[in-house]
Design a protein around this ligand. Structure first.
Ligand code: N0T
Length: 535
């Protein structure tokens, strides 16, 4: 599907994450891979509904499908495994030329054990639930029961063993997500006697070292945050053991997703009430990094539509020690433009939630009406990146990439391209006459109140950029420090990638460049060579 997929002669190397100078790549078939993903609805993990999944994924132009594999479906009876679902999913994924990210719905699915087999979720004695502060029993399972951990490990290990057998050569499955939005609602932590005893223990030295703290109990070291941090540590350690067991068999890249915590650091956000307590929310990323070394990265599920908040959440998860990957995002049209920002920040992928035609939408988190119309805003952006996905992923890892999306107030944005060049992206200013002949107010596309613009750039050489965008105007200049010259285009080529090689279709000049590079809804990839004349 991507243009630069290498010809496979020998078994391809195992997918893995590489890291260099604070940049990340997900290596698939030996080269950086860009996940242009789509996640199916929760109950779409059955063969009967797969046709309505593929049609949406195809319309979306996604190259990767994130799909649940539920514990209840692979181990309905203890110790008796059934991988019919996994086998058929992989077979059809290959047929559709789509890679897979598997979501292990095990001990925690949105904090609940609802996807565990009946023999787990109905046996409170063997698989104890977490006890709330008031002594009441939560539906969430306790992270402190060895029996539960061992049962989850056994099931997950069986899954990884099976994947190794059926997919160890082809690597259709490229990514694993053990558990889903782990944590607990209705309590901050487990208050069972076992948990309380652990809570009185000293905080592990590795965590103290990481956070540069003096020794003490959880309460002494973390005060008001102690309950949440303790629970995060407990859950992270549990999932790490699941991931480690799986990786010992078949080491696919592995991540954990977070129930969304308000990205605003100044707001009071109550764990267990506003978000699942103990999941890898941004405030406990350090805890997960220490407790869960077998987890390659932590990912936000982003359901805040406001542009400031969206960017703030990205900032929390884009760290030198964490590959940026958006595990979920709303399926509403307004979210599609953020793909430009996400990929422009060097993300290894984007995976919005709820993409299939099974007739369900998680409105108001996602789109209101579900169907091809709802897919369009996403396929529009994906179709820009899909033909150059491999090239983009390589440049994102080895060079510099940039990306912006239209803010809610439609204001223009500056992009700092380093010591020599700068760029500016404007969205609706041309209404005010910036290029009156190009777009008059009355000519604005319908629905333009919905912010949908965005631009992404990848640096090809000192003065060359690969550029794409939509509903936006991009202008270049020399950077502020350069006083003796002005930027001009040496050459702007429109083209496409064929087998990894740039093929030009025409040169943009005159009206197409005199007022900036104007991106409309028409999919365009440009190769821009900048030059300057000296005053
Ligand atoms: C997601 C989805 C699915 C500020 C909800 C989102 C998915 C799970 N949870 O449809 O169940 O499996 O991971 C939680 C969003 C919280 C909204 C916060 C609004």
């Amino acid at each position: 599907q991507t243009s630069a997929a290498p010809v496979r002669t020998a078994p391809s190397p195992l997918p893995h994450i590489v890291h260099k100078n604070g940049k990340f790549a997900l290596m698939v078939d030996g080269a950086p891979y860009l996940i242009l993903g789509g996640q199916a609805n929760n109950s779409s993990n059955y063969v009967d509904v797969l046709p309505s999944v593929w049609s949406a994924i195809r319309d979306m132009k996604a190259n990767t499908l994130a799909m649940p594999v539920a514990w209840e479906q692979i181990e309905p009876e203890e110790g008796k495994f059934d991988f019919k679902w996994v086998d058929e999913l992989i077979r059809q994924a290959r047929q559709n030329d789509v890679r897979l990210c598997l979501l292990w719905f095990g001990t925690w699915k949105n904090t609940n054990p609802n996807y565990t087999p009946a023999w787990v979720k109905l046996d409170n004695r063997r698989f104890p639930r977490l006890i709330k502060k008031d002594g009441k029993t939560s539906n969430a399972l306790s992270p402190h029961a060895k029996t539960t951990l061992n049962a989850d490990i056994a099931a997950y290990s069986a899954l990884m063993k099976h994947l190794k057998e059926v997919d160890g050569q082809r690597h259709t499955v490229i990514l694993m997500q053990p558990e889903n939005e782990p944590g607990v609602f209705g309590s901050v932590r487990d208050y069972s006697p076992t948990a309380n005893a652990l809570f009185q223990q000293p905080v592990p030295q590795a965590l103290l070292t990481r956070l540069n703290k003096q020794p003490g109990t959880w309460e002494q070291v973390f005060g008001a945050d102690a309950d949440e941090f303790f629970h995060a540590w407990s859950i992270a350690s549990y999932i790490d053991q699941v991931a480690a067991a799986g990786k010992a068999i078949y080491p696919l890249p592995t991540y954990v997703n977070a129930s969304p915590r308000d990205p605003d650091t100044t707001k009071k956000s109550v764990p267990g009430l506003f978000y699942g307590s103990g999941g890898p929310t941004w405030n406990v990323i350090d805890i997960y990094k220490v407790a869960a070394p077998h987890i390659d990265f932590l990912s936000p599920d982003i359901y805040v539509p406001e542009s400031d908040a969206y960017e703030a959440q990205l900032k929390h998860y884009r760290r030198p020690d964490n590959a940026l990957y958006i595990a979920e995002s709303g399926s509403k049209d307004i979210y599609a433009r953020y793909i430009f920002t996400v990929l422009g920040q060097g993300a290894i992928g984007f995976d919005p939630f709820g993409f299939d035609y099974t007739g369900y939408s998680n409105y108001p988190l996602g789109a209101k009406d579900w169907g091809p119309e709802a897919v369009k805003p996403f396929s529009r952006v994906y179709s820009l990146f899909a033909p150059m996905a491999r090239e983009w992923a390589r440049l994102s890892f080895e060079s510099e990439v940039y990306g912006v999306s239209e803010p809610d107030d439609h204001s223009a944005q500056d992009i700092d391209l380093g010591p020599v060049w700068a760029a500016k992206v404007s969205y609706r200013q041309w209404e005010m006459g910036e290029a009156y002949w190009l777009r008059k107010k009355d000519d604005l596309p319908k629905g333009s109140d919905v912010p949908g613009g965005g631009v992404a750039l990848a640096k090809l050489s000192a003065n060359e950029y690969l550029v794409t965008g939509q509903n936006a105007r991009l202008t270049f200049s020399v950077s502020k420090n350069v006083k003796d010259r002005a930027a001009i285009f040496e050459r702007v080529e429109e083209g496409r990638f064929v087998n990894g090689k740039w093929v030009m279709s025409r040169v943009w000049n005159g009206d197409q460049t005199d007022y900036g590079l104007n991106f409309t809804n028409r999919p365009v990839i440009l190769k821009v060579k900048l030059g300057a004349y000296i005053f």
